[in-house]
Design a protein around this ligand. Structure first.
Ligand code: SF4
Length: 307
């Protein structure tokens, strides 16, 4: 028994420019799993020590999602729901999912205003909807006493890199109780690869803004994590403690063969390091960068930390 990632729906209600799952094109020709097939996967893989990630596509497009999550939660597993958050603007759905046993809601916010977020999601109104989703979750957690974490993901892309600290300011102003803020490097596959000139940024160029975003998170008492941006990129050892190795089910998960048969790139992220990395004192803690990132930007910016 172990950790598993389940895709309750391969379809999506957005078409994000950075999507690693292919966006709306990614689901073309892929049949969604039936509820029975999903439950069988859970029976095969899950026990009380498991982490079960639900993602997609957009998992909330599966109308049986609360039932499926409850099924996994009843086995004692830790449940992480990765969603674009738009459907959580429906308070009843947010409540149903919280009741079903979601432990971590993980939601990407792609801008500090509607213009930027809606541009990156290619979906008008998505900022207002995700923001309503955050409000609903904050209300359930802070006013109704539900015990789940709200994880706000910031994917480091070219259009938002300068505005990342403003995302933290916005969230901290609106929702005084802390979130988990995850600042993450992207895999440059599928939509992100198609939109590479608009989306991809060299991590070295992003680093000053990543540090500023961490500082903003610290200032507002948020819990901050940095993923897929190696410590040598952050340079200053004061920031190394925010760097986290993968601690979610993707790390262990088998590839979803059905999805992979159509969209091979969904095998990402596989993480890689450069030859010089062996000399680095962070070698065993660091997961490196995504393979697709290394293919485009190489390893030259990864400079071993010697002491
Ligand atoms: S192991 Fe490599 S990528 Fe990681 S911090 Fe060290 S030099 Fe950078």
């Amino acid at each position: 028994m172990g950790n598993i990632n389940i895709f309750p729906s391969y379809k999506c209600n957005q078409d994000c420019l950075f999507c690693a799952g292919g966006g709306q094109k990614g689901s073309t020709g892929v049949r969604d799993l039936t509820t029975r097939e999903i439950l069988e996967k859970l029976d095969d893989a899950v026990d009380s020590n498991s982490m079960v990630g639900f993602s997609g596509g957009e998992p909330t497009l599966n109308s049986n999602l609360p039932y499926i999550i409850q099924y996994a939660s009843d086995k004692g597993a830790t449940i992480i729901l990765t969603t674009n958050g738009a459907n959580l603007s429906d308070f009843n759905l947010a409540l149903e999912l919280a009741d079903a046993g979601v432990d971590i809601f993980s939601i990407t916010l792609s801008g500090h205003n509607a213009k930027l977020h809606d541009y990156l999601t290619q979906t008008k109104g998505s900022f207002d909807r995700v923001f309503a989703g955050f409000k609903n979750l904050s209300c359930l957690r802070d006013d109704y006493g539900y015990h789940f974490d709200i994880q706000l993901k910031i994917l480091v892309t070219k259009p938002i890199v300068r505005h990342m600290p403003q995302i933290i300011e916005l969230i901290s102003r609106e929702f005084p109780k802390p979130y988990v803020i995850e600042i993450t490097g992207i895999a440059i596959v599928s939509n992100a690869k198609r939109n590479i000139n608009e989306i991809a940024i060299k991590l070295t160029d992003a680093a000053p803004y990543v540090r500023k975003t961490i500082d903003a998170g610290k200032q507002y008492g948020q819990t901050v994590k940095v993923m897929d941006i190696p410590p040598c990129i952050l340079k200053d050892p004061d920031y190394f403690k925010y760097y986290k190795a993968w601690d979610n089910p993707y790390q262990y998960d088998d590839v979803d063969e059905q999805y992979a048969s159509v969209n091979l790139e969904c095998k990402e992220p596989e993480l890689v390091k450069g030859d010089l990395c062996r000399e680095c004192i962070m070698y065993n803690k660091c997961t490196g960068v995504t393979q697709s990132y290394a293919k485009i930007f190489g390893f030259d910016e990864l400079k071993p930390i010697i002491n």
